[in-house]
Design a protein around this ligand. Structure first.
Ligand code: AMP
Ligand code: MG
Length: 340
């Protein structure tokens, strides 16, 4: 199939994206987090197309995107007080809220779970497309399953050209990592995936919020995660990524002792000054928001360099750094080496 290139700044293109979606097609859309692969969330066979295009396991549920609070009510059984508080504090924005699902949710969306994940994105183009489609949109990240999420239209096309009807180019994404996911279907509320809205911010609004084990740790054999997506290999470039834990000096010493033409560095801005292997930077040391914005594009660049082994610097798991840490530790398959 030919994948049409549409421009978010062109109102006729936004209408065209809406028409494709209403007719059951698949469109790549920009959001403030990452590019999503959208389909009509209330049309089970359209949603099944998302799983085919991504090669996504059918037991990994999707997030439903709305452009108006009124659209939320029928998607869930009820909207409890703590959900209203979160929506007031963080919507529109990079927060996904899980609640018991309403009757209109197709099984494909919830992957057989009794719950549904809903987000009200802030990106004007995402909202305009939902409005144009006239229906909530199911949209996971627009990458092939297992690969880094796309934060630009070209990155989305690199994975999806020829597999979907269109991509709407709205420029690079502001946040750069997928939305924070919180479940209100359990008591106390539980953080399933960290993102641009931090655990600290959620606790300010709700008081107690637990962090799911799978945010920081690999799953043990046979374990069923609260968020099915966590059990799959994720965010992986082709290279073997290894996180080095130690000082900047120790990092440089270790990396520079591996000048074999196959090794590259994933480091903070300025670190490259003392590195003697190809380096890709992803934001300043402790500038977690910039790191989040750049991490996926950096992983894709490392593939373009043809690196076989990548030694990465990794932030502290705090604030937005928790989201970066969560993505990077998965890209590295939880491989961390202490260096001195
Ligand atoms: P993606 O859209 O690629 O960011 O993936 C959506 C993420 O949200 C995956 O990790 C899913 O497992 C998770 N998710 C979606 N719906 C639910 C749900 N009802 N319960 C738990 N996790 C969910
Ligand atoms: Mg994804």
């Amino acid at each position: 199939m030919e994948t049409r290139r549409l421009q978010a700044g062109n109102p006729a293109d936004v209408i065209c994206a809406g028409e494709i979606l209403r007719a059951g097609g698949l469109v790549g859309i920009p959001t403030e987090t990452v590019y999503g692969l959208a389909a009509d969330a209330l049309n089970g066979s359209a949603v099944a197309g998302i799983f085919r295009a991504k090669g996504r396991p059918m037991d990994n549920p999707l997030i439903v995107h709305i452009s108006d609070l009124e659209q939320w009510r029928p998607l869930v059984q009820e909207i409890p007080e703590n959900a209203k508080k979160l929506a007031e504090a963080f919507w529109p924005g990079p927060l996904t809220i899980i609640l018991p699902k309403g009757d209109c949710i197709p099984d494909e969306v919830s992957a057989g779970l009794p719950t549904v994940a809903v987000r009200f994105p802030a990106h004007p183009a995402a909202r305009a497309v939902i409005d144009a489609a006239g229906t909530p949109l199911a949209a996971p990240s627009g990458n092939l399953s297992g690969r880094p999420s796309p934060t630009t239209a070209p990155a989305m096309l690199a994975d999806m050209d020829g597999r979907i009807d269109a991509v709407l180019d709205g420029g690079p994404c502001r946040v750069g990592v997928e939305s924070t996911v919180i479940s209100l279907a359990t008591q106390p509320p539980r953080l399933l995936r960290p993102g641009g809205i931090t655990l600290e911010q959620l606790r300010e609004v709700l008081g107690e919020v637990e962090m799911d084990e799978a945010v920081l740790n690999p799953l043990k054999a046979g374990e069923h995660p609260a968020s099915p997506g966590m059990k799959y290999k994720h965010y992986s470039p082709k290279a073997n990524v290894i996180i080095l834990d130690g000082t900047y000096d120790a990092y440089c010493r270790y990396v520079n002792s591996h000048q074999d033409g196959k090794t590259a560095a994933l480091c903070y801005d300025g670190d490259e000054a003392h590195l003697e292997v190809p380096a890709v930077c992803y934001g300043g040391n402790e500038d977690y928001s910039q790191q989040a914005k750049e991490i996926f594009e950096a992983l894709r660049k490392l593939d373009e360099l043809g690196a076989e082994t990548v030694y990465a610097r990794c932030p502290e798991p705090e604030g937005v750094g928790l989201a970066v840490y969560n993505r990077l530790i998965r890209a590295a398959g939880f491989e961390v080496l202490h260096v001195e």
